[in-house]
Write a protein of this length. Structure first.
Length: 130
């Protein structure tokens, strides 16, 4: 008993002919419509153009409005809950400069790190040498 792995020749021929005949038909369907101009449109001599104020409103005002709406959608929920939006850096570190953060480090800072036991110890920092 033999099993066929590919479709029969007649099915392949049918698919090939369908693809080859559908391409020109679709190209003809996408051609522009040949219709007459409506009656009320024929006597227009004035062209609608984009003046400077309308262009500024469209090309600057619309993106700016979109930016403001996205910013409000981001910050408004936190503001209504009364959360702080910016960190408070006043009074920390030397002369009001914020202390550095060690993300993923010990909670108590460097006090939790083990101290070096001796000159050949690897505890307490990088082990680079010259």
């Amino acid at each position: 008993m033999t099993t066929r792995l590919s479709p029969p020749r007649s099915a392949r021929r049918g698919v090939r002919s369908l693809v080859l005949t559908s391409a020109p038909v679709l190209a003809l369907l996408t051609a522009p419509a040949h219709a007459d101009v409506p009656e009320g449109w024929g006597d227009q001599t004035e062209h609608n153009s984009l003046d400077a104020l309308h262009a500024l409103g469209l090309y600057l005002g619309a993106p700016l409005l979109l930016f403001v709406l996205i910013a409000l959608a981001t910050y408004l929920p936190a503001m209504t809950r009364g959360e702080k939006l910016l960190p408070d850096h006043a009074g920390r570190g030397d002369r009001g400069v914020p202390e550095g953060q060690w993300i993923g480090g010990p909670r108590q800072g460097v006090a939790e790190l083990p101290a070096a036991d001796g000159d050949d110890s690897r505890a307490g920092g990088a082990s680079g040498s010259w």
